[in-house]
Design a protein around this ligand. Sequence first.
Ligand code: T4K
Length: 375
Amino acid sequence: MGKDNISASPIFVTQPYLPSLSEFVPYLEKIWHSHVLTNGGPMHQQLERALGEYLGVEHIALFNNGTVALLTALQALRISGEVITTPYSFVATAHSLLWNGLKPVFVDIDPVTLNMDPAKIEAAITPQTTAIMPVHCYGTPCDVDAIQKIADIYNLKVIYDAAHAFGVCRDDGSILRHGDLSVLSFHATKVFNTFEGGAIVCPDVKTKQRIDQLKNFGFVDEVTVVAPGINGKMSEINAAFGLLQLQHMDKVMARRRDIDARYRQGLKGIQGLQVVDESSATTANYSYFPILINGDYPISRDALYQCLKDHGVFARRYFYPLISEFPMYRGLPSAKPSNLPVATDIANKVLCLPIYPALSDLDVERVIDLLNVSG
Ligand code: T4K
């Protein structure tokens, strides 16, 4: 398997896009000059406006990370009891429920989109269910229409974990406009990053006000606290980096699209290697490049993972193990593998290949070459 391909430079699953340092200096100078470092300063306000415009959403509240944004979204809607969610995600999705004293109820995923299967939701609803928390996994839109239909019938809230879905649109506009709230992550590993960061997209001013209070300890003014809030504020330096990053997004997306196309072309016809279908999005963000290693591939998924690693290619098994397999979840009745056959199967086959703007064409070829075991 591509033994000659060992290279000095490692290839990671992702790397943050970094504009030149000199471009960032003027932003830093402004912050130094203003002496405002956090608490909703000018950079923060500017980034909220700029992101609203870029994403095509009206109300957005910035956070210090996506996990605190998820915690706050659940608080903002006063979610209680049980929440239906997917086991096929980053562990923060379900952790946000436990941190709020809520019970996650896992349902299986669709084998094509790898998102929560709407056909499985109704059977998981009990009198304690108050909300659904689906994930637009890898930036592929969930079946938002089917999910909303069920939510309307059973009077449930829908909070999308949209950590992967920055900039994703369907033909009716931003995917972030669906559900009651959508939560973004701007972590360093994401398509758009502010080092650490996140946001909640909400439909109206009143909800944004409540979210803004909750992320600032519950303060309304200097002497009034209306809720047991948290410190979820994004600092000025993170917001400034976001403003700069936003200027480069078109270029970043174009390069990701190009890498995605190169992989799809180069991996065609490799026996046992299945490229996950392109999403139904009219604007995709190419945030991940998942492949599935089937039984007729010459080696196992884990052997391939190790082999790539030995050659300096650090692909990742997102999302293996399933969240439902971690010790704090596996005792739940809904966590049984027999309840989650599709998710269990996919988690055992998946490998996310490197995709990020600085990945060169040569590096992409190197990865393809390594995957082409019999080539
Ligand atoms: N919901 C979902 C569906 C999520 O995927 C996530 C986060 C969240 C919620 C929570 O959002 P945040 O609270 O994180 O905003 C990474 C990220 O830490 C995590 O943000 C992300 N999902 C998850 C899918 O991936 P790790 O533990 O795999 O990251 P790590 O440190 O191994 O980084 C992966 C590779 O990226 C490294 O091998 C090299 C590269 N890298 C990483 C960092 C941090 C860099 O080149 N530079 C960097 O600064 O979790």
